[in-house]
Design a protein around this ligand. Structure first.
Ligand code: AMP
Ligand code: MG
Length: 322
């Protein structure tokens, strides 16, 4: 998943704790293999996972996939519809134009992006849950699950930890956090909301218990050209970077939902993002703009403490009852 996964488990039996860690990491490996769109060459080439096979057969035919892949795509397309296409996992061809992760990165020609954009439309992902098949209807289409796979894997790893009897755990998969139970001391886990302009700094502290928090930012993958930062969160209608926010954090019960929504809100921007998140039940958000203004949903009032560091200013708490 191109990121660091950190899992902390607290329990009284060391052997039980170690086994839980092993199994939780195995879940991440499994979901990574299913959702990766690049072949794994190291240590040895492995059989291609679902996403590689789906992309390979774009425009040609449907592909038999696992329950996990069906679930990820259904959830992604549910939010694609709700967000008016702000979240769209058919963004593969456009992500290929931007080529993040290569040594030499440059801004692609607009004709190239224009061509790729024609292939982006989540409605052309045909999901058949009965037959457990997926079909990308246009040749050249491709899936990119980078905005949802980490959150989904986090939910599945939490399920495994629970089944193994773990009562206290904290997972952080590249900014996708899940707090299982309380910390070992009985108090909620305390999780920092990163300062988007200082990797050592913290804008606020979140108290979490049996809850997920996902963060998207313009600093996680990017390159600079002509003093402009070209990052990895793309507006599906234009093929260009979303620029109205620099960081979004979403708090929800499901890590899958939080992951999808943090990316979706980043694309929607502060105004549309805030009204969108307020239309969803039991979901909170912290949105940070390029001007260092922070907007927060009112339901986070009791679990969020700002540090006052880094020059961030809380623009206001948005509540539903206005
Ligand atoms: P995240 O860090 O969860 O916000 O995910 C960012 C990743 O999601 C990117 O690296 C892309 O792989 C993918 N992505 C970028 N823009 C979008 C979008 N508008 N909809 C869905 N996935 C996206
Ligand atoms: Mg995401």
């Amino acid at each position: 998943m191109n990121t660091l996964v950190r899992i902390q488990v607290a329990c009284e039996d060391e052997e039980k704790g170690r086994r839980a860690l092993r199994e939780a990491f195995a879940v991440f490996k499994r979901i990574d293999h299913l959702t990766s769109r690049f072949p794994e060459g190291e240590p040895a080439p492995s059989a291609p996972g679902d996403v590689l096979r789906i992309n390979d057969k774009a425009g040609l035919g449907s592909v038999q996939v696992s329950d996990d892949t069906i679930e990820i795509l259904q959830r992604s397309n549910y939010y694609a519809g709700l967000s008016g296409g702000a979240f769209d996992v058919s963004l593969g061809p456009v992500m290929d134009c931007w080529d993040f992760g290569q040594d030499k990165q440059y801004v692609p020609a607009s004709e190239k992006i224009g061509k790729a954009l024609k292939l982006v439309d989540y409605r052309n992902i045909e999901i058949d849950p009965g037959q457990k098949t997926v079909f990308l209807t246009e040749p050249g289409m491709s899936l990119d699950l980078g905005g949802v796979a980490k959150g989904y894997a986090t939910d599945k790893a939490v399920k495994t930890l629970r089944e193994l009897g773990i009562k206290h755990a904290l997972i952080n998969a590249g900014g996708n956090v899940y707090a299982l139970g309380t910390g070992p001391d009985g108090a909620p886990w305390r999780v920092g909301v990163q300062d988007p302009r200082n990797s050592e700094g913290i804008v606020a502290v979140l108290a979490l218990k049996d809850s997920a928090a996902a963060t998207s930012g313009d600093y996680q993958r990017y390159f600079e050209q002509g003093c402009i930062r070209y990052h990895h969160i793309i507006v599906p209608s234009t093929g260009q970077q979303a620029r109205d926010l620099i960081q979004t954090t979403v708090i929800a019960e499901s890590a899958t939902d939080a992951d999808i929504l943090s990316t979706a809100l980043f694309v929607l921007g502060p105004r549309h993002g805030m009204s969108f998140v307020q239309s969803l039940p039991d979901t909170g958000a912290v949105l940070i703009g390029p001007d260092k203004l922070v907007s927060v949903t009112a339901n986070l009032n009791n679990q969020l403490t700002f540090t006052g560091e880094g020059g961030y200013q809380v623009a206001g708490y948005a509540s539903k009852e206005r």
